[in-house]
Design a protein around this ligand. Structure first.
Ligand code: EPU
Length: 419
């Protein structure tokens, strides 16, 4: 078992290079099933959720290998229409993308229902509605979902009741070979949706409108494999930006698409950090004198729910009262009890956290309750007085590549240790 040990109080200075976006890489990796051959992916983040997705594909007959140039070669020619082991798919939310991918390639899918970070009920009714609207017969038995497309899926209009990232991804993947045109209305607009559509279009798909709330997929008869570089991870970038604002210092966050971070940039400026935005980097300078802000999480281009816990940690150090309203996941507040062990003053009423900030936090023994909660604890610990021991490191490793090494290179006193 690992712990992360942080001795707080060191400012952060220097350059940090952001990895590829986990939530774009996952759908792209599963979508490789459609192109039946050797795809080469670059800028793939080597986090545990991605390694798990490789294991799932291997279990179905794909080969995954690392190239000398750092790319990942994913050969999906040998993928079989089989059921992936439940112990693999149940560990990760992104494995739902297997349903769309298998349905698309084989006309049938049987997939165990997914796990992932636990912040409340995470239904997949909108995914199911999409598959059914394209003509699939859906049934559930023994914890798995069965989808059968008979003579093939047929394009249709799907209105999503919620602009769900996962449902948008799954319907796009399922509709690539559907006869005619599929229209997804109230689609999610996140950059990972655009990345998926770009990848599939490179492979020969005909997808238009990704990044807007209406996406049209004109069915094609086949795809070919391609080379593709995954976009940088806006949540990893945002996490380092918030870490710099909280710990103080001057950090250049590099290899990013600054437009993806507009809301994060705006809120950090409102809180008093100084930001300079360049073509593919943002410099954050902070003297640690921050003020409280009001935040409401919302689907992109709104404020990302995946940045909520990290901002909460920062706002514990900001003068005044801040509020964070959670608009996506009801159960996103589990990190609050852990921050309270470090002296935070946070009240949660329904889906709103009120944070009374401005008093220093102190080191404590705490545990990550999910991926972004873990990032929040690391940020809180960087500026805390004394030493913090963070458990639940396996959650953090699901989505951050070497967070300890990257922060140590910026001057933090942080080590991941086996205990
Ligand atoms: N929802 C439904 N029905 C559905 C699908 C979603 O009611 O069929 C609800 C969910 O319960 C939630 C809301 O709609 O309240 C949004 O869920 P969405 O489907 O957009 O989220 P997701 O696809 O399950 C992805 C990311 C999450 C990120 C959310 C929101 C992946 C693998 N996961 O989850 O990332 O928080 O979008 O942006 O892409 C993370 O990286 O830490 C993470 C949790």
């Amino acid at each position: 078992m690992k712990k992360i040990i942080v001795r707080g109080g060191s400012p952060l200075n220097g350059d940090v290079y952001i990895s590829g976006m986990k939530n774009a890489a996952l759908p792209i990796i599963f979508a490789c099933i459609l192109s039946k051959g050797k795809n080469i992916l670059y800028n793939v983040p080597r986090v545990s959720d991605i390694e798990l997705s490789f294991d799932i594909l291997r279990s179905l007959g794909a080969t995954v290998s690392e190239r000398a140039d750092g790319g990942i070669e994913l050969d999906t020619a040998g993928v079989r229409s089989e059921v992936a082991p439940y112990e693999l798919v149940s560990k990760m939310r992104g494995s739902t993308y297997l349903i769309g991918a298998m349905l698309s390639r084989f006309g049938e899918a049987r997939v165990g229902l997914p796990g992932g970070c636990n912040f409340g009920d995470r239904p997949i009714d909108q995914h199911v509605k999409g598959f059914a609207t394209l003509g699939a017969q859906i049934s559930f038995d023994e914890g798995s979902l069965r989808a059968d497309a008979g003579d093939g899926l047929v394009g249709n209009s799907v209105y999503l009741d919620i602009a769900s990232v996962g449902a948008t991804v799954n319907i796009i993947i399922a509709a690539v070979f559907a006869k005619g045109t599929t229209v997804v209305m109230n689609a999610a607009r996140e950059p990972h949706i655009v990345d998926l559509a770009n990848f599939l279009n490179h492979c020969g798909a005909d997808i238009r409108g990704a990044g807007t709330n209406t996406i049209k997929i004109h069915g094609v008869s086949e795809l070919h494999p391609c080379e593709y570089s995954i976009s940088p991870d806006m949540i990893e970038a945002g996490t380092f930006m918030v870490a710099a604002a909280t710990a103080g210092g001057c950090v250049n966050v590099k290899n990013i698409i600054p437009e993806h971070l507009d809301t994060i940039t705006a809120k950090l400026r409102e809180a008093g950090a100084k930001l300079e935005v360049f073509d593919d980097s943002i410099t954050v300078t902070s003297d640690r004198w921050l003020r409280g802000v009001t935040i409401k999480t919302w689907p992109y281009p709104g404020f990302a729910t995946d940045m909520h816990p990290q901002f909460s940690a920062m706002l514990c150090y900001a003068n005044g009262v801040s509020t964070i309203g959670e608009g996506i996941f009801d159960g996103r507040f589990k990190y609050v009890d852990e921050l309270k062990k470090m002296g935070a003053s946070i009240d949660v009423d329904g889906n709103v956290a009120s944070i009374i900030g401005g008093m220093p936090l102190h080191g404590a023994s705490v545990s990550a309750t999910d991926l972004r909660a873990g990032a929040a604890l690391v940020i809180a610990a960087l500026a805390a007085q004394g030493t913090t021991e963070i458990g639940g490191v396996e959650f953090i490793e699901r989505g951050y590549c070497n967070i300890d090494k990257k922060l140590r290179a910026l001057g933090a006193d942080i080590y991941a240790v086996e205990v």
